[in-house]
Write a protein that binds this ligand. Structure first.
Ligand code: C5P
Length: 402
């Protein structure tokens, strides 16, 4: 996929810069043309000579070439590039990119570039966790830049944690995937539920759960990026609607979510039921705030909510594909298999609260996909976006191999 592509590799001053020799080599081997831009500090970590030899082009670092007075045009470079990779991206460069501090050739080129930008951060554990880094990375994400998450492991400081620049092979894979990105869901309508539902007890209290909506939103983003028209029915969450062709319908209760889903169902080619729907709602919702002085032992009477997945399973046409989720704490496989059958799903995505870094609130997930064709596909712990890609790949197969 990288054959003939123009890649700017921006290297900044971190120890992981040594990995850029390999990254340059891999890009060239994949058929790309590579222009290396280094920040002044990057040259302390790796010699420009190494990179110019591997890339076959002089490395650019300054606005002007001192001895010839030739101006290096950041605008031309920005237009030439099919992609810009900043690896390693230090906290300082990330901060400059986030805030438009164009005091070197690399950040200036970044601000001019129209091409997609990939950022592979690398820094020490505490720098990575600092609120300014977190905020700046969030800003870059909001600008549409692709963050290649750093890996966990031993850092240059010998601390263990998140902050290692992703390995060159994986950076190459991320780029390859980007250029391979097909609009394979074009013309398909995908209905997704996400987040929790909230069921009132009285005007100020409610019953809900810890779902953040992150998995459902990642699925909406993935499906939209692959060309699908997405309807995202979201319970109360604090997430921004991802970019792309996504119609978001905000709901509060399970009944509202049920009604929104059943309305959109006939038009949908696929339904992904990712929401953590409250199984019960309060029958005797109080009209005014329940007061301790008046009601010593209030009894909250619960009644079952509609099972949206089951209702979809009953109403669906044979050409519609349905996907459920099963978050379990024990007996995972058997419970998920039961839900697959009861809810008439094509496949179910199972995760366990016993797995670290999986489930509610976190940005990562570890899932096993069980299909009605008898397959069990076990995944690693990955970012929710990567898990969304794996789920969408299975969905794509169902939509096309019926
Ligand atoms: O809650 P449970 O574990 O049964 O959820 C399994 C699947 O059913 C999930 O896909 C969830 O979104 C869906 N579900 C639903 N409506 C409910 C309960 C669950 O759509 N009332």
């Amino acid at each position: 996929m990288l054959k003939g592509k123009h890649i700017i590799l921006g290297i900044t001053g971190g120890i992981a810069a040594y990995k850029c020799a390999t990254l340059t080599r891999l890009l060239i081997k994949a058929g790309a043309e590579v222009q290396v831009i280094m920040t002044p500090n990057a040259k302390q970590f790796i010699q420009p000579l190494t990179l110019s030899t591997l890339s076959g082009k002089p490395v650019i670092s300054e606005f002007f070439t001192a001895n010839t007075g030739q101006w290096n045009s950041h605008v031309d470079l920005g237009l030439w590039a099919d992609a810009l990779i900043i690896a390693p991206a230090t906290a300082s460069t990330i901060g400059k990119m986030a805030n438009g501090v164009a005091d070197n050739m690399l950040v200036t080129t970044y601000l001019s570039a129209k091409a997609p930008v990939f950022v592979a951060p690398a820094m020490d554990l505490d720098m990575m966790r600092h609120p300014s880094t977190v905020r700046n990375l969030e800003l870059l994400r909001n600008y549409g830049n692709h963050i290649i998450e750093p890996a966990e492991g031993e850092l240059a400081s010998h601390l263990i944690g998140k902050g290692r620049m992703e390995e060159p092979e994986n950076i190459l894979k991320a780029l390859d995937r980007f250029f391979a990105a097909k609009e394979d869901l074009k013309g398909k309508r995908v209905l997704i539920t996400a987040g929790p539902t909230v069921e009132k007890i009285d005007p100020v209290r409610y019953i809900s759960n810890f779902s953040s909506g992150k998995m459902g939103f990642a699925l909406a983003e993935e499906c939209a990026s692959r060309g699908a028209e997405v309807t995202l029915v979201a319970g109360p969450v604090t997430l921004k609607t991802p970019e792309g062709n996504i119609e978001r319908i905000d709901v509060t209760t399970a009944v509202e979510m049920h009604d929104a889903v059943m309305k959109a169902l006939p038009e949908s080619d696929a339904v992904i039921l990712c929401a953590a729907v409250a199984d019960y709602r309060v029958e005797n919702v109080a009209d005014s705030k329940i007061k301790r002085e008046k009601t010593q032992n209030p009894v909250i009477q619960l009644i079952p909510n509609p099972d949206i997945a089951r209702a979809v399973g009953q109403a669906k046409r044979p050409d519609q594909v349905t996907v459920g989720f099963a978050l379990e704490t024990d007996n995972e496989q058997a419970n998920a298999q039961g839900k697959l059958e009861r809810k008439n799903l094509n496949f179910i995505v199972m995760n366990s609260l016993r797995d670290k870094n999986a489930g509610f609130q976190v940005d990562t997930n570890k899932v096993t996909i069980i299909t009605d064709r008898g397959e069990t596909i076990e995944g690693e712990c990955k970012s929710k976006r990567d898990v969304a890609r794996d789920i969408t790949d299975v969905l794509y197969k169902y939509l096309t191999e019926k």
